[in-house]
Design a protein around this ligand. Structure first.
Ligand SMILES: *[C@@H]1O[C@H](CO)[C@@H](O)[C@H](O)[C@H]1NC(C)=O
Ligand SMILES: *[C@@H]1O[C@H](CO)[C@@H](O)[C@H](O)[C@H]1NC(C)=O
Ligand SMILES: CC(=O)N[C@H]1CO[C@H](CO)[C@@H](O)[C@@H]1O
Length: 522
C-alpha cells in the first residue's frame, strides 16, 4: 500500500480546526503538521485546498443483513459498508440480534461469520439481549473478554413476543452490565401498550401504514425512555438510548443527565430530517417505506428540535439504525401494518444530511459535526483515538470533505441495495469527495474501489473510562446507610431518612449532584 500525503486541507477534529498536511503510511496516520514535504514517487499527493480533512464517520447503529420480521435486510455487510464508504463513513457498529431463545455467544459467532468475509470497512458489534436466564447473564460476562470484544448490550422494551424483555429482566440485565463494565443500550418504547393498540387498530379496519404511527404515540417512547433512565440509575449503570425520535424522549434524557446520571442519546439521520406526515400518504409504498420504530414524529417541528439538542450537547451522537428492505419486502405487510418490515436507509447519507441540517444552517460548527458523526462514538465505544481522530498513530480512516459541493440524494445513484431512498430528491451541502479507509483510497470521483473482507473486526473493551469513571464514586455515594443501635457500625453521615438513593446522600452532605437541582415532572 503506497503512502498518501494530503496537502493544504483544513484538518478538523472535535476540538480543533486548522490548516495542516496529513501523511499516511501502512494504514496509519504518521504525521500531521502545518507543512509536510516529501518528494518520492511512492507517495501519492492529494490536494485538499479548500476542503476539510475529517475523521471518517462512525455509525454506531446499523442492522446489516438482519433477519427480521420474516425478511433479511437487503443491505448485507458488503453492500452496506460500500454505501457507508461512499458517504464518508468508515466504521459501523452493528447489532447482534439473536432470536428469542438463542444464546448470545452463538449469535455473536453467527454475526462474525456473516460479517468477516464481506465488510469493506472496520466494524464492531453490540449484542442484543432478547431473552433472560442465568446462562445469558454468564455469557454476557464472557463476551466482554478480549477475544469477543463486546462492551455494550442492547435491550428492547418493544417488539412484544419477539425481542422484548420485561422490566424485571431488563433491570437484572442492567445490574449485570454495571458489574461487567458494559454500556447498556435501549430501544425505549412501551411494547405492551403498542401491542394492545395494534390489535385495537386492526380490529377497527386500519391496516395501512397510518396504523403504524397511531399504534405508537410519542408518549410511549417518552415514558419508556424515562423508565429506562430510572431503572439504569437504580442499577448504577450507564445508559445509551438508541434512536431518540421525539422531543419528550430527549427531554427525559436531559432530565436524568441533570440529575447526574450517565445517559447518552442518539438521534438518527431519518429523525433529524423527516417528520411522520408521510405515514398518511395515499401511496402505500411511500408510506410503508417510512415504517420504522419508534416512528418518525408526527410533530413537524421535531427534526429541528432534535438537531438543536444535538448542537447544545443534550444529545450526543448520530446513528442511522439502518435496516433496508425493498418495496417488495415491505409489501409483506400490505394488509397488516404490523407485518411491514421496520427499517429505512441512512448509512450512506447520514454525514451529508447532518452537514446540511446542522452545519449549513449554522447550528453545529465543523468540530461539533466531527464529534457527533465520529468522535463521540469512538469515545463511547472505547476505540478512541484509534478511530475518530486525525492524529499521529490513529488509523488512516480519513475523509476529504467538500463543504461547498452539493448533491441530490436519490435511489438512482445511491449505493444501497434497496430500490428507494427515504431522502429522495433532497439537495444536501457537504459531500465526501474522497474516502480513505485504513490507508486505502476506497471512494474517489464517484467510484468505489473496495474489497470484500478488507475491513476487520474491532474488539471493544469494557470498563471504558469515558463511560464508567464516575460509577465507583456514585456507588460510594449511594452505599447503604446504617443507623447504629449497637448492632452495626454507624455510617459516617447524618441520616435524615432511610432512603439510600445517591440523591439523598448528596443532599445529606449539603451537595448538589452534578447539574444542580432539576424540576421536570414526569
Ligand atoms: C499547497 O499550497 C501551496 C501554497 O499555496 C502551493 O504552493 C502548493 O502547490 C499546494 N499543494 C498542492 C498539492 O496543492
Ligand atoms: C466555501 O464556502 C465558504 C462559505 O460560503 C466560502 O468562504 C469559501 O470560499 C468557499 N470555498 C470554495 C472553495 O468555494
Ligand atoms: C430507522 C430505522 O430504519 N430503524 C429500523 C432499523 O432496524 C430495526 C430492526 O429491523 C427496526 O426496528 C428499526 O425500525
Amino acid at each position: 500500500m503506497s503512502a498518501i500525503l494530503i496537502k493544504n486541507g483544513t484538518v478538523v477534529n472535535e476540538d480543533s480546526m486548522a490548516r495542516a498536511d496529513v501523511l499516511i503510511q501502512e494504514g496509519v496516520i504518521v504525521d500531521v503538521q502545518p507543512s509536510i514535504s516529501i518528494d518520492s514517487p511512492d507517495v501519492r499527493v492529494i490536494d485538499a485546498t479548500n476542503k476539510m480533512v475529517i475523521p471518517g464517520g462512525i455509525d454506531p447503529h446499523t442492522h446489516l443483513q438482519f433477519p427480521f420480521m420474516g425478511q433479511v435486510a437487503v443491505d448485507d455487510f458488503y453492500k452496506g459498508t460500500q454505501a457507508a464508504l461512499a458517504g464518508g463513513t468508515t466504521m459501523v457498529i452493528d447489532f447482534v440480534v439473536g432470536q428469542k431463545g438463542t444464546l448470545p455467544l452463538d449469535s455473536w459467532r453467527q454475526w462474525r461469520e456473516w460479517a468477516d468475509p464481506k465488510v469493506c470497512c472496520d466494524y464492531g458489534l453490540s449484542v442484543a439481549i432478547t431473552s433472560w436466564s442465568p446462562e445469558v447473564a454468564a455469557q454476557m460476562a464472557e463476551l466482554t473478554r478480549p477475544e469477543y470484544g463486546i462492551n455494550s448490550f442492547k435491550f428492547f422494551m418493544a417488539y412484544k413476543e419477539a425481542l422484548m424483555v420485561n422490566d424485571d429482566e431488563f433491570y437484572e440485565g442492567l445490574q449485570v452490565c454495571a458489574k461487567i463494565g458494559a454500556l447498556a443500550r435501549v430501544h425505549a418504547e412501551n411494547g405492551h401498550v403498542i401491542h394492545s393498540k395494534q390489535k385495537e387498530l386492526l380490529s377497527q379496519g386500519i391496516t395501512g401504514p397510518e396504523g403504524h404511527t397511531q399504534s405508537r404515540p410519542e408518549e410511549l417512547e417518552a415514558e419508556a425512555t424515562n423508565r429506562a433512565c430510572v431503572l439504569a440509575a437504580q442499577a448504577n449503570c450507564p445508559l445509551y438510548v438508541v434512536h431518540v425520535m421525539s422531543k419528550n424522549a430527549a427531554r427525559a434524557i436531559a432530565y436524568h443527565r441533570q440529575k447526574g446520571h450517565v445517559v447518552f442519546g442518539e438521534p438518527i439521520a431519518a429523525g433529524l430530517v423527516l417528520d411522520g406526515s408521510g405515514y398518511y400518504d395515499r401511496d402505500w409504498s411511500k408510506a410503508a417505506a417510512l415504517v420504522m420504530s419508534p416512528p418518525l414524529s408526527r410533530d413537524p417541528s421535531t427534526p429541528t428540535a432534535l438537531m438543536d439538542l444535538l448542537a447544545c450537547g443534550q444529545l450526543h451522537l448520530t446513528g442511522t439504525d439502518n435496516c433496508t428492505f425493498t418495496c417488495e419486502q415491505k409489501k409483506r405487510g400490505m394488509n397488516d401494518f404490523t407485518k411491514i418490515p421496520n427499517g429505512v436507509n441512512g448509512l450512506e447519507d447520514r454525514m451529508s444530511l447532518i452537514w446540511e441540517k446542522g452545519v449549513h444552517t449554522g447550528k453545529l460548527d465543523p468540530m461539533r459535526f466531527v464529534s457527533v458523526t465520529s468522535t463521540a462514538a469512538a469515545k463511547i465505544f472505547n476505540c478512541y483515538p484509534r478511530k475518530g481522530k486525525i492524529a499521529r498513530g490513529s488509523d488512516a480512516d480519513v475523509v476529504i470533505w467538500d463543504p461547498n459541493r452539493t448533491r441530490v440524494i436519490s435511489a438512482a445513484t445511491h449505493h444501497h441495495a434497496n430500490d428507494y431512498n427515504v431522502f429522495e430528491g433532497m439537495t444536501v451541502h457537504g459531500v465526501a469527495e474522497i474516502t480513505i479507509c485504513k490507508g486505502k483510497v476506497v471512494w474517489e470521483n464517484g467510484q468505489l474501489n473496495v474489497e470484500q473482507g478488507f475491513g476487520k473486526y474491532v474488539p471493544l473493551m469494557p470498563f471504558n473510562n469515558y463511560v464508567f469513571a464516575s460509577i465507583p464514586f456514585k456507588q460510594q455515594m449511594s452505599r447503604p446507610i446504617c443507623v447504629s443501635r449497637g448492632d452495626c457500625q454507624e455510617t459516617p453521615v447524618e441520616p435524615t431518612t432511610v432512603e439510600t438513593t445517591a440523591e439523598v446522600n448528596y443532599a445529606r452532605r449539603g451537595q448538589q449532584p452534578a447539574g444542580g437541582a432539576s424540576s421536570i415532572v414526569f
